[in-house]
Design a protein around this ligand. Structure first.
Ligand SMILES: Nc1ncnc2c1ncn2[C@@H]1O[C@H](COP(=O)(O)OP(=O)(O)OP(=O)(O)O)[C@@H](O)[C@H]1O
Ligand SMILES: [Mg+2]
Length: 269
């Protein structure tokens, strides 16, 4: 619609958009490229229009190579696997995720249980250590300077030690959507419910991520390691579906108002 002259006329004070699909499609589709170019040119020729969120910042989250590097910078350590003995190669547990982080194919994942099974992966992809977390995912939804935490089902624990399991292929949306139930999320053993992450830790994480990403609307998926109780970020999402967050629209409006206030006081000074 943006390419239509009447939609471009504005003037707009603030633009909130969800162009993630278009950015992904623009890789191979000229109509999407055209739409993005029009959008960018509107933004460049209207510097007083506030854009939530800038396209380059969003693009970072569409590529797991980039977004996982940002995620890792938070704790300032490169990812590594400790391989103490040849036996360790038989007990690795990895989650394999596609490089592209958005769109239907991006949710096709696999769990790898041995070095031999690395033959099952389809690059480009990331391999992340699988962390036992008691099948509870904490989704944090960020809306400007506010954020909300929602609990969701998640992958169950897998016993430590060597195992000869074959690769498990799964679709992430079949394990962590609000109402979904799957064999992969049903815990076999009684697992004491871990405390949710502390609100201070979550607030600090969100603050840091907002700076690193330069974005206002995004989601962070965190789990709690059942062995170390460490808060662990496993994924960052572009403009997530804010279902389960009834405060989304009021918060978005409050955020937009605060942007406009800041803008008008900057104009008058
Ligand atoms: N490192 C990990 N350790 C344990 N479980 C993991 C790990 N990474 C992902 N998972 C499990 O896989 C699910 C999907 O992971 P992820 O959030 O990366 O996928 P996604 O397709 O981006 O999903 P969404 O769009 O809901 O964020 C998580 O909800 C969690 O249950
Ligand atoms: Mg995700």
């Amino acid at each position: 619609k943006i390419s239509h002259p009447t939609y471009c006329s504005g003037p707009f004070d603030v633009i909130v958009h969800k162009l993630s699909d278009v950015i992904v499609e623009a890789e191979h589709d000229s109509q999407s490229q055209h739409l993005l170019a029009n959008f960018q040119s509107y933004v460049s020729t209207h510097p007083s229009t506030i854009l939530v969120d800038p396209l380059p910042a969003m693009s970072q989250l569409l590529d797991r190579f980039t977004s996982y590097r940002i995620m890792n910078r938070l704790i300032c350590s490169p990812p590594y696997l400790e391989i103490h003995s040849v036996d360790d190669l038989k007990r690795i547990k990895l989650v394999c995720k596609t490089r592209v982080a958005h769109g239907s194919l991006s949710h096709e994942m696999s769990l790898i249980f041995s070095a031999d099974s690395l033959a099952d992966i389809h690059p480009p992809c990331v391999l992340q250590s699988f962390v036992n977390h008691g099948a509870v995912l904490h989704k944090i939804f960020v809306v400007g300077d506010r954020h909300y935490c929602v609990e969701r089902p998640s992958l169950k624990n897998f016993p430590p030690g060597p195992c000869d399991r074959k690769t498990i292929f799964f679709n992430s949306h079949h394990v962590s959507k609000p109402e979904c139930s799957s064999d992969l999320t049903a815990m076999d053993e009684q697992m004491p419910h871990l405390l949710p992450p502390s609100s201070e830790a979550v607030a600090a994480l969100v603050r840091e991520l907002r700076v690193q990403l330069g974005m206002a609307l995004f989601g962070v998926d965190v789990i709690i390691n059942i062995h170390t109780h460490t808060l662990t970020v496993i994924d960052i999402n572009i403009f997530p579906g804010y279902e389960g967050v009834p405060q989304f629209f009021p918060s978005l409006l409050a955020y937009i108002e605060s942007l406009l206030d800041t803008n008008s006081s900057a104009d008058s000074s």
